[in-house]
Design a protein around this ligand. Structure first.
Ligand code: NDP
Length: 448
């Protein structure tokens, strides 16, 4: 990491001491603190009122056992988490992740990022995150349903449309949200639509929520390119991952005239010089829940590469949309050597700190996840708005709102970066703009 100013270093040391072994959380905190030296110099009140210490300590952390029975009748035990990080701006809002790698440090990194991301949207939502080390891969629908029901049997008491509103993330899509909402409804005897977002359209979901994170990432990329007089049209694009964010980032980039030539999953990547066939990709990933090898087997122009790095594929725009720390300095160097112009994080913290530094040193436009992927949570907030007013908006209207929100996120980042002496630095701009908003709300609310 870069050196921290003497004002901020002790706060980071405290985070390390109080949260041992939670390396992803340390990384997320360091990345924010690195941007804040000019802010605390200008506003020493933030230090006097311990805003940073308070921000780094979640308001509430829940850890609980999730027992369930598999299809063979064996009892399985998983561990689940919900970290309610900060509610200065609104109810805790952030997804649930089901992946075997989930532990407290991952949930805290995601929850911490979420506070700032949600502030950047300009909408009234606080930050939280949750998940479980449950691995949905290879599990039947019935197993997934029993797991979701067991998890909600504990989690429901902590949720509420004015308290804490989860959504999806890795391994949690419409199927899982449906099972979770069904169990919440049954236990509480309330049709409280606004308690979960990412719902299906049949029961209170919002148009564009499924597409929102990927679309928003591309809208942000478009704004970044436009600020240098460029655009996505005709650009060669590579995405990583082939899940919810990756698929809809690829779709919007293609709609805007880009050629999306590669994507990946945890087994390897496909290169398709004819441009990804998105209908086939959706069939393989969303319907069949299969591996990318199935895509390559169906598509003559595609080649599957087992295990390698998707960032070896030359491109002008790179959209990492899989998982944290998937793009390291070696991958960043390869992208730079191949002439990359812009990188936008569709995933949360997919680029390592060394990779981010390299992009910035080599004048590659770089959008951090808390700005670039904020369209997902923003549209979740629009879903809450529709649920609260018992309304349902058209696709066109909702996409228009998402576009306006992403233009606003870009504007907030760019103007804070200018004001605090780092023009063009979206990392600094995103951290500074969102920190000030949350910190001012915390000061106004007193020591709570
Ligand atoms: P999905 O589960 O739909 O897809 C995840 C994709 O990433 C899959 O292709 C998966 O491959 C791949 N992947 C996951 N973990 C790993 C790993 N350890 N190594 C290699 N590949 C991996 O998740 P989402 O698309 O929803 O989420 C992707 C990222 O976007 C995450 O960082 C998430 O936090 C972030 N995000 C998501 C939002 C949303 O609205 N869904 C909102 C904002 C951010 P495989 O299937 O082989 O595991």
């Amino acid at each position: 990491m870069n050196e921290l100013s003497s004002d901020l270093e002790p706060h980071y040391a405290t985070v390390l001491a109080r949260n041992p072994g939670e390396t992803e959380f340390h990384q997320a905190v360091a990345e924010v603190l690195e941007s804040l030296a000019p802010v605390v110099r200008k506003h020493p009140d933030y230090l006097h009122h311990a805003v940073i210490e308070r921000l780094c300590e979640p308001e509430r952390q829940l850890i609980f056992r999730v027992p369930w029975t598999d299809d063979q009748g064996r009892v399985q035990i998983n561990r689940a988490f919900r970290v309610e990080f900060n509610s200065a701006l609104g109810p805790y809002k952030g997804g649930l992740r089901f992946h075997p790698s989930v532990y407290l440090g991952i949930v805290k990194f995601l929850g911490f990022e979420q506070i700032f991301k949600n502030a950047l949207t300009g909408l009234p939502i606080g930050g939280g995150k949750g998940g479980s080390d449950f691995d949905p891969k290879g599990r039947s629908d019935n197993e997934v349903m029993r797991f979701c029901q067991s998890l909600m049997t504990e989690l429901y008491r902590h949720l509420g449309e004015y308290t804490d509103v989860p959504a999806g993330d890795i391994g949690v899509g419409e199927r899982e949200i449906g099972y979770l909402f069904g169990q919440y409804k049954r236990i509480t005897n309330r049709y409280e639509s606004g308690v979960l977002t990412g719902k299906g359209l049949a029961y209170g979901g919002s148009q564009v929520r499924r597409e929102a994170t990927g679309y928003g990432t591309v809208f942000f990329t478009e704004q970044m390119l436009a600020s240098t007089g460029s655009s996505l049209s005709g650009r060669r694009v590579v995405v990583s991952g082939s899940g919810n964010v990756a698929i809809y980032a690829a779709q919007k980039a293609a709609e805007l005239g880009a050629q999306v030539v590669a994507c990946s999953d945890s087994s390897g990547y496909v290169v398709d010089e004819a441009g990804l066939d998105l209908a086939l990709l959706k069939q393989v990933k969303e319907v069949d829940r299969a591996r990318l090898t199935a895509y390559a087997a169906e598509r003559g122009s595609a080649r599957f590469v087992a295990g390698g790095s998707v960032w070896d594929v030359p491109c002008e725009v790179a959209l990492p949309c899989a998982t944290q720390n998937e793009l390291d300095d070696a991958a960043a160097l390869k992208l730079v050597e191949n002439g990359v112009l812009a990188v936008a994080e569709g995933a949360n913290m997919p680029c390592t700190p060394d990779a981010v530094r390299l992009f910035q040193e080599r004048s590659v436009l770089f959008a951090p996840g808390k700005a670039a992927n904020a369209g997902g949570v923003a549209t979740s907030s629009l879903e809450m708005q529709q649920n609260a007013s018992r309304d349902s908006w058209s696709f066109e209207h909702t996409e228009q709102r998402l576009h306006e929100i992403m233009v606003g996120v870009h504007e907030r980042c760019a103007s804070a970066a200018d004001e605090y002496g780092s023009p063009g630095n979206y990392v600094a701009g995103a951290n500074i703009s969102s920190f000030i908003q949350v910190a001012d709300a915390m000061l106004a609310l007193g020591v709570v």
